[in-house]
Design a protein around this ligand. Structure first.
Ligand SMILES: Nc1nc2c(ncn2[C@@H]2O[C@H](COP(=O)(O)OP(=O)(O)OP(=O)(O)O)[C@@H](O)[C@H]2O)c(=O)[nH]1
Length: 356
């Protein structure tokens, strides 16, 4: 069960983050190409200035589609722009300026178009990587009269950085989303949605681990079965919503009572199981009594109703299957019910004793 919460927690986080990521990328590229229009104009490379006007137009169109929540259209426009731009600039200036690396970046971004089948998206990405390799064959010896040719190593370096950053940024975000989804799925599989206590299925795994730990360290373990008294009448008198609130409040109080090493479980409708690790029978009795008194004396549902609970306690021994310890605790709980409820009964092999 993961313990760290990541910052993307909504179910549609992937689409939201993708949209936000593309917007940031699009504004960044728009600004860059606008700068390049003036730069190439100033350097008298009018063809490249015109190409950058085309690029700005496509990026702005992409931003428009992002605002319309059509990120797949935007992504395709961005891919077309980057591909054409890289090829045309490499054909004009050669390979020394590093404009070919944009093909590499876009090859990884195209995989984020979830409307494309994986095979098609992978084939397109591979096509871009092959185009990247082909550019070296086609334009490695292009001669140009660019007035800033002595700046080629610096422009090359800047281009490598500009191409690398979106990949790092995107993969970092996808990593966070993946963690977040894994956390949400693990929580959904482990917790009861109403009370946020462990559900029965997941608790069995935890209990198995706890048993192994207790065996290895010779620690004692006790099982408490607790049930709300006359819960049906709470539902009948106050309605199911009030009943749900009582369940949530009971669960909260049980969690407060449980130590970090304990396991608190919603076992059934209004029945709860507590597994107390490193705890002997006497300590378990004291702790069960304190929670029973807390519940019986502190009002519920805005102090408008009183609730009591009955408890049954059994100790687990290494020779005893855990299911038998649960059954003993359950028998003790029903002994508490039979004795008039709002009490705790402890069972030790074949002998039960009641605390009021
Ligand atoms: N509101 C609400 N009620 C539930 C939930 N799960 C079970 N219940 C109710 O819990 C009640 C359990 O009733 P019973 O088994 O008769 O037990 P009780 O009324 O608590 O009586 P004793 O256990 O004998 O003291 C039923 O009315 C169920 O409908 C739930 O998630 N929400």
């Amino acid at each position: 069960m993961p313990t760290s919460q990541h910052y993307f927690s909504k179910p549609d986080a992937v689409e939201q983050v993708k949209n936000r990521l593309f917007k940031q990328l699009a504004y960044y590229c728009c600004a860059l190409h606008t700068f390049l229009i003036f730069f190439f104009w100033y350097c008298d490379v009018y063809f490249l200035a015109l190409i950058n006007i085309g690029s700005v137009t496509l990026w702005m169109l992409g931003i428009y589609y992002l605002h319309q929540q059509k990120s797949h259209i935007s992504l395709r426009l961005f891919c077309v722009e980057v591909t054409l731009h890289s090829i045309l600039v490499c054909a004009t200036l050669g390979m020394t300026y590093g404009f070919q690396y944009y093909l590499w970046t876009i090859a990884s971004l195209i995989l984020l178009d979830y409307r494309l089948k994986l095979k098609l998206a992978s084939a397109l990405a591979l096509g871009l990587v092959i185009a990247f390799a082909a550019l070296f064959e086609l334009f490695d010896n292009v001669q140009n009269t660019f007035i800033f040719s002595e700046l080629a190593p610096y422009i090359h370096f800047i281009n490598v950085l500009i191409c690398g950053l979106p990949s790092i940024y995107t993969i970092g975000h996808i990593r966070e989303i993946t963690f977040s989804h894994r956390y949400q799925l693990a929580t959904l599989a482990a917790k009861d949605p109403l009370t946020n206590l462990f559900n029965r299925r997941y608790a069995k795994e935890l209990i198995n681990n706890a048993q192994e730990d207790c065996l290895a360290t010779s620690r004692q373990m006790c099982v408490i079965m607790a049930d709300i008294d006359h819960f049906k009448s709470v539902n009948d008198k106050f309605g199911h919503d009030a009943g749900d609130e009582v369940l949530v409040e009971v669960a909260l109080r049980l969690s407060r009572f449980a130590l970090n090493s304990d396991i608190a479980v919603r076992w059934g409708g209004e029945e709860f199981l507590l597994v107390l690790i490193n705890c002997d029978l006497e300590q378990a009795q004291t702790r069960a009594e304190s929670i029973r008194c807390d519940i019986a004396t502190q009002g519920f549902y805005g102090d408008t109703l009183n609730v009591t609970m009955s408890f049954g306690i059994a100790q687990w021994h290494p020779a005893l299957p855990f299911s038998v310890a649960v059954q003993l605790a359950d028998d003790a709980l029903y002994a508490s019910k039979a004795k008039g409820r709002n009490c705790t009964t402890t069972t030790t092999a074949g002998h039960t004793s009641q605390l009021s």
